[in-house]
Design a protein. Structure first.
Length: 224
């Protein structure tokens, strides 16, 4: 379900001469880049579960903090086997357990649990600030690594962030690796309690959508 629409951006194929990921500082042994965003939010230089910008890292169902082999509603932590039996982050319906939670608790945030209390998964507002604050290009072979993804160059200070096209996990299947990137936000879809917002990109476009919370997607953390 598409929720946030950005202008279609023409794909630019970079190569060995593409700009390297900027490292501005470190918090808790994890590097970040300062892109000069108005909110002061700083973005990690690699995915949760990775140690460098080109690592795919781990995949998490939304509101889960550990990777696993099978991503389905049956294995999802916050339900009893089906999406109709959710037990947390419920905003509508006749379920007596409706809690109206729209944002991840710290204990359910893969970034906070794995990297420490300073780090967290970005909200949709923060992620939209990232998208609007950078010029974006597609790189089919980032720095000769053989990995594809999106390069964002800050409109404010020229610093660079690289986000790999790590694909996602549905059941036991790896989908779209090297072709698409799928990155969770910390924000539930207010119109669909079964879904949460995520960043989706490919060679042609970069945009925001929402999808089933049970699927496994990447997390790129933020810090202030």
């Amino acid at each position: 379900m598409k929720k946030f629409v950005l202008p279609l951006m023409a794909a630019t194929i970079c190569g060995l001469n593409s700009s390297a990921q900027t490292v501005s500082g470190q918090v808790g042994n994890h590097n970040y880049v300062d892109l000069g965003l108005p909110s002061g939010t700083k973005w990690a230089t690699c995915n949760i579960g990775g140690s460098k910008p080109t690592d795919d890292g781990d995949y998490f169902a939304w509101a889960e903090t550990e990777p696993k082999k099978n991503y389905t509603w049956y294995t999802y932590k916050w339900c009893k086997g089906t999406k109709a039996s959710k037990t947390k982050y419920i905003t509508m319906g006749f379920n007596t357990e409706v809690d109206h939670k729209l944002t991840l608790d710290e204990t359910d945030d893969a970034a906070t649990v794995n990297w420490g209390k300073e780090w967290r998964t970005p909200t949709v507002k923060e992620a939209d600030e990232l998208l609007q604050g950078c010029n974006w290009t597609w790189d089919a072979d980032y720095k000769g690594s053989g990995l594809s993804g999106r390069i964002g160059t800050s409109k404010t200070n020229g610093n660079v962030i690289f986000i790999p096209a790590s694909g996602y996990r549905d059941s036991t299947d790896a989908i779209g690796v090297s072709d698409i990137g799928c990155y969770w936000s910390s924000s539930l879809d207010e119109d669909d309690t079964n879904a949460a917002h995520y960043l989706d990109f490919n060679i042609d476009d970069i945009d925001w959508f929402s999808s089933n919370r049970s699927t496994g997607r990447s997390v790129r953390a933020v810090v202030k």
